[in-house]
Design a protein around this ligand. Structure first.
Ligand code: SF4
Ligand code: MSK
Length: 649
């Protein structure tokens, strides 16, 4: 073991991952964990944000002896520009994902949707009403076309602010207008951000950072929100569903197909195709009873939320899944799919199939996904994977036994139904429980996993300690999968660990204290939930007043930078388990970690240890509670059917 290498048990707390990391050593496979060791001495100019590669007079790096770049840019400008460019990367990824879905909605509305249909007409009509589109008595195709065209306008709008901003509380909208951060069209924001960070344009760090918040808002109240809305219309609004998570979901005696990435079009069709009689017959001819379809990363979250398809693992398990030797095919699309996958697959029989023309990797088989013939394409991919089953080498197979049951599928609609009942869906019982101090507040724990820290550790400790302290947890992305793998997403297990007040509320409404709300694009469901709490009343008139905090414990991607930024700009404090690359500028650090509080009512907080994060979160929640004057515990009052009937909706 090289001197720099971490001990196995310091890499991750997940037993399945540990088992396969051990196998990786035996099989001589280079994984991201080993590469993280060799890359550990990160360049300090990079980590402090002080490296500028924006023009070819440089690259310039700022030091005490050379405090200015060739063009005269100082540390503040360079750090702020780099931060804004990270936000742009995240916004572009989420929003392009949204654009692809809007194209699909349009095709379906025009009758060219291949095998796709509008699965949730209720969601379509609600979205139409939210955007002031007349839907009563109108055929759904007409409504869908009008909505798709409106959404295209959200990308291209040159002078008008995003219509999606109107879904936020009015005070939030006013704050954005007053500070000139209400975004215009998403594409315009992305282009403008790239323009203002070109050499010789915007040098004022405050202006650049406000530009970053504006661009991020075009994701949180633009691209990502649109992606979630359209996914729910096309594929169904999630409702609670049982599933299982971790590498143990892989079948020992079945061909295993993993879907990995983000966009749900293909995975949705694979989830349908897997049950097609033709596939059932085909797999028998290969000597197996059935095919196992499972997900990795956020595609896992998408098909878990709507179909209960099992989760094989989170971001850092993508290579490990292949090393089990039991994966016939891994189908990838966009975002978070490692460049190393074909190299790892080379040592086994796994075929890596890329499906998106903007996302190719040398060594992967590229089979563009044809949405016009989606079912046929999906079936062909499954058959190809089944054909590869005969190449599995039993001597190379080791599937960990670890897997745990979970409940996913908590869209805002689903939470409303759980709280208020089918006929009086409402957030009222939640607001009342917060007011009565049975629930201290709501915390969104989101984001990725990162091999620079012990995987899942921060997330699990934080979640466990917060539910003990009566905090309701909303989760998305790979942090949701961390809890799922740990077995904390079943009502029973989690309820045993929750504090008395939270447990009483959850038992009364039949809801777990940790709610899986979807993929990283679905972080907007957390904003939607915060907005519902405001609209329900009694906990402030704007998002920054409600006792709510966001946490990105083990984040790694540019999308996380965009998400954190739109949370703060929406009035939600954000705890970062690992800091942004901004330490090279005191001014930028102060602005993001303090001064935004005066603008948005929220800021970032760097807290590298989960126990300190718990303290910080409780301090923030209690401060909000104090401001609202809700510090006293009220008598326990459980909502029965009579109470639910009285709820005003
Ligand atoms: Fe250097 Fe300025 Fe060019 Fe950046 S933009 S590389 S600081 S000269
Ligand atoms: S997949 S962005 S590692 S959450 Fe959305 Fe997971 Fe983070 Fe990718």
């Amino acid at each position: 073991m090289p001197k720099e290498e971490k001990r196995l048990e310091d890499r991750t707390r997940d037993p399945a991952s540990l088992e396969i990391l051990d196998k990786a050593e035996t099989d001589f496979i280079n994984t991201c964990f080993i590469r993280a060791d060799t890359q550990r001495h990160h360049c300090k100019f990079g980590t402090s944000g002080l490296c500028c590669r924006i023009c070819h007079m440089g690259p310039c790096s700022i030091t005490a002896k050379s405090p200015l770049g060739v063009c005269g840019a100082n540390a503040d400008t360079i750090v702020a520009r780099n931060y804004l460019r990270e936000v742009v990367g995240g916004v572009a990824a989420h929003s392009d994902h949204a654009r692809h879905l809007v194209f699909l909605l349009k095709k379906v509305a025009e009758g060219n949707g291949g095998g796709y249909r509008i699965k949730d007409e209720r969601a379509l009509r609600k979205a139409a009403r939210d955007y002031n589109i007349e839907e009563t008595g109108q055929p759904k195709a007409k409504v869908a076309l009008e909505l798709a065209n409106l959404f295209f306008g959200e990308f291209t709008s040159q002078e008008e602010r995003l219509k999606t901003l109107n879904l936020a509380p009015v005070i939030q909208q006013n704050i954005w207008k007053q500070n000139n951060v209400a975004p215009l069209g998403i594409d315009r924001m992305v282009v403008q951000a790239m323009h203002r960070t070109h050499i010789g344009v915007d040098h004022d760090y405050r202006n650049l950072l406000l530009g970053a918040f504006r661009t991020a808002l075009s994701d949180g109240w633009g691209g990502s929100r649109i992606a979630t809305i359209v996914s729910d219309i096309m594929f169904g609004t999630p409702s609670p569903v049982r599933s299982t998570a971790n590498l143990g979901v892989l079948g020992k005696n079945t061909p295993n197909i993993l879907v990995h990435g983000h966009e749900p079009e293909l995975s949705e069709m694979l989830a349908v195709a897997i049950n097609d009689p033709e596939i059932k017959e085909y797999v028998k001819s290969a000597g197996a009873e059935s095919v196992t379809l499972a997900g990795i990363c956020c595609t896992a979250n998408e098909i878990l939320m709507r179909h209960g398809i099992p989760v094989a693992g989170s971001f850092l398990q993508q290579e490990l899944a292949i090393i089990t030797g039991a994966v016939e095919m891994m189908i990838v699309d966009v975002q978070c799919c490692m460049a190393s996958l074909p190299d790892v697959a080379n040592s086994y029989h796994t075929e890596i199939v890329s499906t998106h023309d903007i996302a190719k990797t040398i060594g992967a088989t590229h089979i563009p996904f044809d949405t016009k013939n989606a079912l046929k394409s999906a079936k062909e991919l499954i058959k190809r994977a089944i054909n590869n089953y005969r190449n599995r080498d039993p001597k190379k197979v080791a599937i960990p036994s670890a897997k745990n049951p979970l409940i996913g599928g908590f869209s805002v609609d689903a939470i409303k139904y759980m709280l208020g009942g089918s006929f009086r869906a409402s957030f009222r019982p939640l607001n009342d429980a917060i007011i009565a101090d049975r629930i201290k507040g709501v915390v969104g724990i989101v984001g990725c996993t990162n091999p620079n820290t012990k995987v899942d550790e921060y997330t699990i400790i934080l979640t466990r300690e917060l539910i003990k302290r009566n905090v309701l947890i909303l989760k998305t992305g790979c942090t949701a999968l961390a809890s799922a793998k740990e077995g904390m997403m079943t009502p029973e297990t989690a309820l045993e660990k929750a504090g008395k007040g939270l447990r009483e509320v959850c038992e009364a409404v039949g809801m777990p204290p940790i709610l899986h709300m979807g993929s990283c694009v679905d972080n907007t469901r957390i904003l939607e939930a915060a907005t519902e709490i405001v609209f329900e009343g009694g906990l402030g008139d704007e998002i920054s007043q409600i006792p709510a905090v966001g946490v990105a414990p083990e984040w790694m991607s540019e999308k996380a930078v965009a998400i954190g930024s739109y949370f703060v700009a929406s009035g939600i404090d954000v705890i970062l388990g690992n800091p942004f690359n901004i330490s090279g500028s005191e001014n930028v650090t102060r602005f993001l970690n303090k001064e935004t509080r005066k603008i948005f009512g929220a800021s970032f907080h760097d807290v590298s240890d989960p126990y300190s994060a718990v303290e910080k979160i409780m301090e923030l929640l209690n401060a909000s509670r104090k401001k609202l004057g809700i510090t006293k515990k009220l008598e326990r009052k459980l909502f029965d059917m009579d109470d639910r009937r009285k709820i005003h909706v």
